[in-house]
Design a protein around this ligand. Structure first.
Ligand SMILES: Nc1nc2c(ncn2[C@@H]2O[C@H](COP(=O)(O)OP(=O)(O)OP(=O)(O)O)[C@@H](O)[C@H]2O)c(=O)[nH]1
Ligand SMILES: [Mg+2]
Length: 422
């Protein structure tokens, strides 16, 4: 099965806790603080792997968690950093924020990578808080806890050329003839169920060709399989539009031309503007007189240039390869998609919300509080004093006073409740 859109969850590693320990050995009965720093959590990184062509692996594996940092230890031992988790994706993977559906990364070149989530910071050990006035801090900082997020991965094939046309017109056969690819070929419609890529070489130069599953009338509205794959044509620079000139499937070749172009236009106006080479296939199945009549009719009715080929006799194949290369040399590469700035990573450390509950207690919330509170281990009186002092330094006590906080008033911060005393 071909999978080209999938939702997965990702989580960077948590930071390790800082340690609050004191040096104790035979020589120093009462040593100083020696608690080490917590290690940082691992990042979540998406990286292009050119050996992967589909998102199939994500069918079974949908949850990705990077390693946590470990806690700091005694004797200033720093915790180890969590390992980054590298998620390998095919070239052409677009990543969306699943909440907003905005594009947050477009991994469209071979060496692209994207750090989606940064690991939580490790907490400071008590040694870090040592100062001239505070020789023996008993508190340390907890590591940062990261949140799980959801992203959507979507594969939009990256190829220079897309082979487009009705089912059974010979797209896969042409791909097999001109490139190193080995797609399934059979004399029935919808043989190709997902895009195949091949590299075609002409005069020492190469380009990448994608064989797209056959389109039918209504494809842009969901008929057949094609609609699902039209997105893979979005990024090709050149379309080779294949039409069965032998009419072996009983359709009319001129109608075929218009129907497919209409579907492209209905799907996306930009695709309709992509340069095309019109190619008549299976010319070996009709005699030269019929071929002459039909191509003349096409000139009259449509008036566009075309090439005539047969993948069986190879006639016209070299000419098509050369024309493709020549056209490509004049068409600029498509630029990556516009990226919305990704704000999973931005931490809210400034917001502060003050409200009062039914009992008249002051309730503090917001990023500023979250950031601060993780540093406080309140099992201990000395760290509690530090906590109140920090609230004062941050100007929060003044703000509360302006709103009516008096001596003995109750303040709630998450699960910490205390009475304010001047
Ligand atoms: N005689 C002749 N037969 C061809 C030619 N090209 C393809 N065929 C035959 O046409 C049939 C369909 O070919 P495919 O390459 O599978 O067609 P497709 O366009 O990829 O079809 P879907 O994947 O179903 O959309 C096969 O039996 C091929 O052998 C050609 O130039 N001449
Ligand atoms: Mg095919």
């Amino acid at each position: 099965m071909f999978l080209d859109r999938v939702k997965i969850s990702i989580k960077a590693g948590n930071g390790g806790n800082g340690s609050a320990s004191f040096l104790r050995n035979a020589m120093t009965a009462k040593g100083g603080p020696d608690g080490g720093e917590g290690g940082h959590g691992g990042n979540i990184i998406f990286k292009v792997d050119k050996n992967i062509n589909t998102l199939y692996e994500f069918k079974f594996h949908k949850k990705f968690v990077a390693e946590n940092g470990t806690d700091g230890g005694k004797r200033l031992k720093t915790g180890s950093n969590g390992k980054d988790l590298i998620i390998k994706v095919p070239c052409g993977t677009v990543i969306y924020d699943s909440e907003t559906e905005k594009v947050i990364a477009d991994l469209c070149s071979e060496n692209d990578e994207f750090v989606a989530l940064r690991g939580g910071k490790g907490g400071h050990g008590n040694n870090y808080y040592k100062s001239s006035i505070k020789q023996a801090p008993h508190y340390s900082q907890t590591g940062e806890i990261t949140k799980q997020r959801e992203v959507i991965l979507e594969l939009k094939t990256i190829a220079d050329v897309g082979l487009v046309g009705f089912p059974n017109v010979g797209k896969s056969t042409l791909l097999a003839t001109i490139s190193n690819a080995n797609p399934k070929i059979a004399n029935y419609p919808f043989t190709t169920l997902y895009p195949n890529l091949g590299v075609c070489e002409v005069n020492g130069e190469t380009f990448v060709v994608a064989d797209i599953p056959g389109l039918i009338e209504g494809a842009s509205e969901g008929q057949g399989l094609g609609h699902y794959f039209l997105k893979h044509i979005e990024r090709v620079r050149l379309i080779i539009h294949l039409i069965d000139i032998s009419q072996s499937d009983g359709r009319n070749f001129i109608e075929d031309y218009f129907v497919i172009n209409k579907e492209l236009e209905n799907y996306n106006k930009d695709i309709a503007k992509t340069p095309q080479i019109v190619v008549f296939t299976k010319s070996d199945l009709i005699d030269s007189e019929t071929l002459f009549e039909r191509t003349n009719l096409f000139k009259e009715r449509v008036g566009k240039d075309f090439l005539v080929i047969s993948s069986i006799t190879n006639s016209g194949i070299l000419e098509l390869k050369k024309l493709t290369l020549e056209k490509l040399s004049k068409i600029p590469k498509k630029t990556p998609l516009d990226i919305e700035e990704f704000d999973f990573d931005k931490k809210d450390i400034s917001s502060l919300e003050i409200s009062r509950d039914d009992e008249g207690a002051f309730v503090l919330k917001g990023g500023k509080i979250d950031n601060f509170i993780r540093g406080v281990v309140l099992s201990d009186n000395r760290s509690f004093a530090y906590f109140q002092k920090r609230l004062e330094d941050m100007g929060i006590i003044d703000m509360l006073k302006q709103r009516g906080l008096k001596n003995g008033g109750v303040v709630k911060i998450k699960d910490i409740v205390f009475e304010y005393s001047e």
